[in-house]
Ligand binder design. Structure first.
Ligand code: XIL
Length: 585
């Protein structure tokens, strides 16, 4: 295991002590202890230790689904699951604590005490946080210990995302003390001091990092201790995500130049907490002035925030908000009411009778109140209703709205009710309706304009419209003049606009891609009612989608998968610079 964050000499303790010894000898008895202490302090990273570090409280604070109870942690079963786009059940999404992690050098033991297991309890150690999309998640290397009635199952994922299971018979236990001993050669598992398994290591933690997760099924369990201790001369360190640092930008950023062109204008990007806390290159770009706002990429979608009725998980959004505040950025809330990314308990609500329809309305309003209430005064702009129009393939001029659970229960009125609830929940927040395919002329735009005009006339408290501006293929190409004219038509009825989710495919080459990004940015910045321009992601390293069951990567963003600026970004910077020069002439 390596510990990249630590000083190089840390890896060769033998040598350190040898030279330290000679040094101490020369210094003589009086200066001895002081000099040795000084030497060690200069070479040993702050906080790295041979002692054990307890992570129990961290899970209580940062793990979605965890509750602190009587000094222990109660791991609830909130049925975290990722739904497919059509709403059918998908992959399990056991929660991860992203607030802290462990950096390790050498061998170590992880201890855990589990008790009161209602049915199945699991503890998971990850080499990196999983990458969570709203239709799937990519499992990193790691190990999961799952205690089920009469069986203990160990699952190991290697770097190539291959999954291996090992099962062991088990007597039902009141209290389980787990010890996991990691050495280079193997993982040994002890249960109540008895060895259960010795599995040849597949080098799970070559990252030198361990992130913790815990989940339960069929009821909760108590985690009264989770700790790690280095052995055989190893060392460990607890890293707090909120203390992560970045280097200040040394050149003009897109946000900086955009503000010089138009004061108050915001450049944003959709971001996720996993790469933010685990990938230093991602967070460098995310937080060092390139952007003035963070859109909560997936963290505020219903399946992640309210996986069970009335049970909320705010850990990821809370952390993104804290990072945004620390770096002088704002958060854009995405999204409250949407036909997709809803958990099964929502999409399977019955909607036949009046009473059932009222229940759905209550569920929607409660959700808006709880989430906006928590972030009242802290998140200034929201996508209250997302993609209300039917998808292209279902769109008909006589049935333009998406056939969502909300539409089924309330008809078009769900939009009005959602915005009214949002206005009440945070009267200062600016409320948006967010939609794709509004950039071009045609029946989709006509239908949207008549809908929004009608809603405004009825006094629905809508402040603006998000143009997603996804350009996935040739037919999505955006004509910036048409787009600008749509934004101006909205301004005429008192609405702001945002470019809310732009990404552009690169099949026609980098110049075509760059020009598309540039034209839309300039259309927005030159239209006074367009308040911000936001890309859907930062870097192609995390630009994933699923096709035919496998994960594919796109090249649609401003930084490539090596975190280098693409031609598109360079073009945006030079265009903004040139437009400044033109003004000053
Ligand atoms: C995206 C998610 O970010 C991905 O993780 C998912 O796999 C596909 O959808 N319009 C929206 C966003 O409003 O919420 C969508 O998000 C992209 C399209």
């Amino acid at each position: 295991m390596t510990l990249s964050a630590l000083a190089p000499s840390f890896k060769r303790p033998g040598k350190i002590y040898f030279f330290a010894g000679i040094l101490l000898f020369c210094l003589g008895i009086v200066g001895l202890s002081a000099a040795r202490k000084e030497f060690l302090e200069a070479n040993i990273p702050r906080d790295a230790t041979h002692e054990s570090i307890d992570f129990t409280a961290d899970l209580g604070t940062y793990l979605p689904g965890a509750r602190v109870y009587n000094g222990s942690i109660n791991i609830q079963d909130l049925s975290f699951e990722i739904v497919e786009q059509n709403g059918s059940p998908g992959q399990k999404n056991p929660p991860v604590s992203l607030g802290t992690h462990l950096e390790t050098e050498g061998d170590l033991i992880v201890y855990a005490s589990l008790s009161n297991i209602a049915k199945a309890a699991s503890l998971r150690l990850y080499a990196n946080p999983p990458i969570i999309q709203d239709e799937f998640r990519v499992e990193p290397a790691g190990i999961d210990i799952s205690i089920q009635p009469n069986t203990l199952v160990v699952t190991i994922w290697n770097d190539a995302n291959q999954e291996k299971h090992y099962s062991y018979k088990l007597d039902l236990l009141e209290h389980t003390e787990l010890e996991l001993i990691f050495t280079d050669q193997k993982v040994e598992l002890y249960l109540n001091k008895k060895q259960i398994a010795s599995i040849p290591s597949v080098n799970i933690f070559s990252s030198g990092k361990i992130w913790f997760g815990a989940s339960s099924e069929g009821g909760d369990y108590t985690l009264s201790r989770l700790a790690a201790r280095p052995i055989n001369g190893g060392r460990i360190q607890r890293i707090l995500s909120s203390e992560i640092t970045i280097n200040p930008a040394d050149t003009d950023t897109i946000q900086g130049l955009a503000r010089k062109n138009r004061s108050g204008f915001t450049i944003g990007a959709a971001m996720a907490l996993g790469p933010m806390v685990a990938d230093s290159e991602y967070r460098q770009i995310a937080l060092n002035g390139n952007f003035g706002s963070i859109t909560t990429e997936n963290s505020l979608k219903w399946q992640f925030t309210e996986p069970m009725r009335g049970q909320y998980a705010f850990q990821e959004t809370d952390a993104l908000l804290a990072l945004a505040e620390k770096h002088g950025m704002i958060l854009h809330g995405h999204t409250l009411v949407f036909g997709e990314a809803n958990p099964l308990w929502v999409t399977s609500l019955p909607y036949a009778t009046e009473m059932e329809k009222n229940t759905i309305e209550t569920v929607m309003v409660d959700h808006i109140r709880s989430i906006m209430g928590r972030y009242r005064g802290k998140i200034p702009t929201w996508d209250v209703v997302n993609e209300p129009l039917a998808d292209y393939d279902h769109f008909k001029s006589e049935a333009v709205l998406r056939d969502s659970i909300w539409y089924r229960a309330m008809g078009e009125a769900y939009i009005k009710k959602a915005f009214q609830a949002a206005r009440l929940a945070d009267p200062e927040a600016k409320l948006f309706i967010n939609e794709y395919g509004l950039e071009a002329d045609g029946e989709r735009w006509d239908a949207f304009l008549s809908l929004i005009t009608r809603l405004k006339r009825e006094g629905v408290p809508i402040d603006g419209v998000g143009f997603e501006s996804h350009v996935y293929e040739a037919s999505d190409k955006i004509d910036s003049e048409t787009l600008a004219s749509h934004m101006m038509q909205l301004a005429d009825i008192g609405l702001m606009s945002r470019i809310s989710e732009i990404d552009v495919y690169d099949d026609d080459g980098p110049e075509v891609q760059a020009n598309q990004f540039r034209d839309i940015l300039m259309a927005c910045i030159n239209t006074p009612s367009c308040i911000s321009w936001t890309t859907w992601g930062i870097s192609d390293r995390y630009n994933m989608y699923k096709e035919d069951g496998s994960v594919k990567y796109g090249r649609d963003l401003l930084w490539d998968d090596g975190m280098q600026p693409t031609l598109a970004l360079k073009t945006l910077l030079s265009t903004l610079n040139r437009s400044l020069d033109n003004r000053s002439q």
